[in-house]
Design a protein around this ligand. Structure first.
Ligand code: ADP
Length: 371
């Protein structure tokens, strides 16, 4: 029973026994056919001997015995050679198959124990090699996810620390009597709490879009109407800051299938940023046009612009060019990350361009048009 269990769990033994089985069947078949063939061959020879007038029964019996002995000897030699070949072949195959499998087993055990750097060497270019390559790809994906998770936790902790320490010191000031019990003190506290609330809300959105779990309710819309509606929502804020908002949205733009709430969120983020990073007296323009099977929308401002070294990072979460300025305005640094994920979830692209600091920026996105 124990040895049967061992056999079930050992691939090497299974391979050896399968070779042995093939060998035994071959030998048995050979033996049976030899047993059947020998008398026939012999009787033909006896007829020849009789034709030569040699009539000696003892000689015939001797001949038969020798012939059968020779056949058995050859079968024995062939069987021994076959067993040796089966052992060698199963050892070779076992080494080729088992070593990579064992390496993979150890690697996956180490990965499940939290060591995400673990990789294995591709043993060959056959299916085992492909298996090792896809195993390594899986390990890489797990490592990336784990790294992102750790970074996110670190970033969130960092982002919450600032408003929390602001709230803490205000409360301590109130308790110690250093800060007066005045509406201004409580307004400051309220601002910090609102910032945390916004951050928590954005984080929930971010985790959903990063995990690709945003369910889009697509329906064909006139995108011009969405732009007009978003601009109308921010109209008073533009007026308050004395920033001119110009729309260049032609009538009869081709309809695109989008989730109106999500695309409004993208437009509000881009317009809100343009307003935030454009000083009073500046301009923001929104232009929409159709080109090569796509609808394109550009939000251009005459604001503070973006230096080339910051350009590759502005879509990264929590990245802010001017940390204090952005934070003071309540920016969480994840608006663009969310906007980019949302545009990509619609099958489009979002990118930024700027001639440099003080020279404004343009954020453009495209959306595929239905066939
Ligand atoms: P935030 O909430 O800080 O605005 P975003 O993800 O929306 O976060 O933007 C990331 C950073 O990109 C901003 O902190 C800012 O430095 C830069 N940025 C975004 N939009 C503009 C713009 N229109 N002009 C200049 N800089 C911008």
């Amino acid at each position: 029973m124990k040895s049967l269990n061992l056999l079930r769990r050992r691939l090497g033994w299974k391979l050896f026994l399968s070779y042995l089985l093939v060998l035994i069947i071959g030998v048995v078949v050979l033996d049976v056919t030899a047993e059947l063939q020998t008398p026939r061959v012999l009787s033909r020879n006896i007829t020849t001997l009789q034709a030569m007038e040699v009539d000696n029964p003892a000689l015939v019996a001797d001949l038969e015995a020798h012939l059968q002995q020779a056949v058995h000897d050859q079968l024995l030699i062939a069987t021994l050679a076959g067993i040796i070949a089966a052992i060698a072949a199963s050892l070779f195959t076992t080494r080729r198959i088992l070593l990579p499998i064992q390496a993979m087993t150890h690697a996956s055990q180490r990965i499940s124990a939290g060591d995400y750097h673990e990789r294995i060497d591709a043993p060959s270019q056959d299916e085992l090699g492909e298996w090792a390559t896809s195993f390594n790809q899986m390990a890489e994906a797990l490592e990336r996810t784990e790294r992102r998770r750790l970074e996110l936790i670190g970033d969130v902790a960092h982002e919450l620390r600032t408003p929390l320490s602001g709230i803490k010191s205000s409360l301590e000031g109130l308790v110690d009597g250093v800060l007066p019990y005045e509406p201004d003190t409580f307004l400051g506290l309220q601002r910090e709490v609102s910032r945390m609330q916004r951050l928590v809300h954005d984080l929930a959105d971010l985790s959903r879009v990063e995990a690709g779990q945003v369910r889009l309710e697509l329906r064909p819309v006139d995108f011009g109407e969405l732009i007009n509606a978003a601009a109308a929502r921010l109209h008073s804020q533009f007026e308050d800051k004395d920033v001119t908002l110009c729309l260049d949205v032609p009538q009869g733009l081709p309809r695109v299938a989008v989730d109106t709430n999500r695309m409004t969120q993208v437009l509000l983020n881009l317009l809100g940023n343009s307003l935030h990073y454009t000083p009073s007296g500046g301009q923001v323009g929104v232009r929409a046009w159709a080109e090569r099977g796509e609808l394109a929308v550009a939000v251009q401002d005459s604001g503070i612009g973006i230096a080339p070294e910051h350009m590759p990072h502005i879509f990264e979460r929590f990245y802010r060019v001017d940390k204090s300025r952005s934070r003071a305005g309540g920016g969480s640094g994840i608006g663009l990350t969310i906007a980019q994920h949302l545009v990509e979830a619609h099958g489009g692209h979002l990118w930024a361009a700027s001639p440099g600091p003080g020279q404004g920026s343009t954020f453009t996105f495209t959306l595929p048009r239905p066939e």
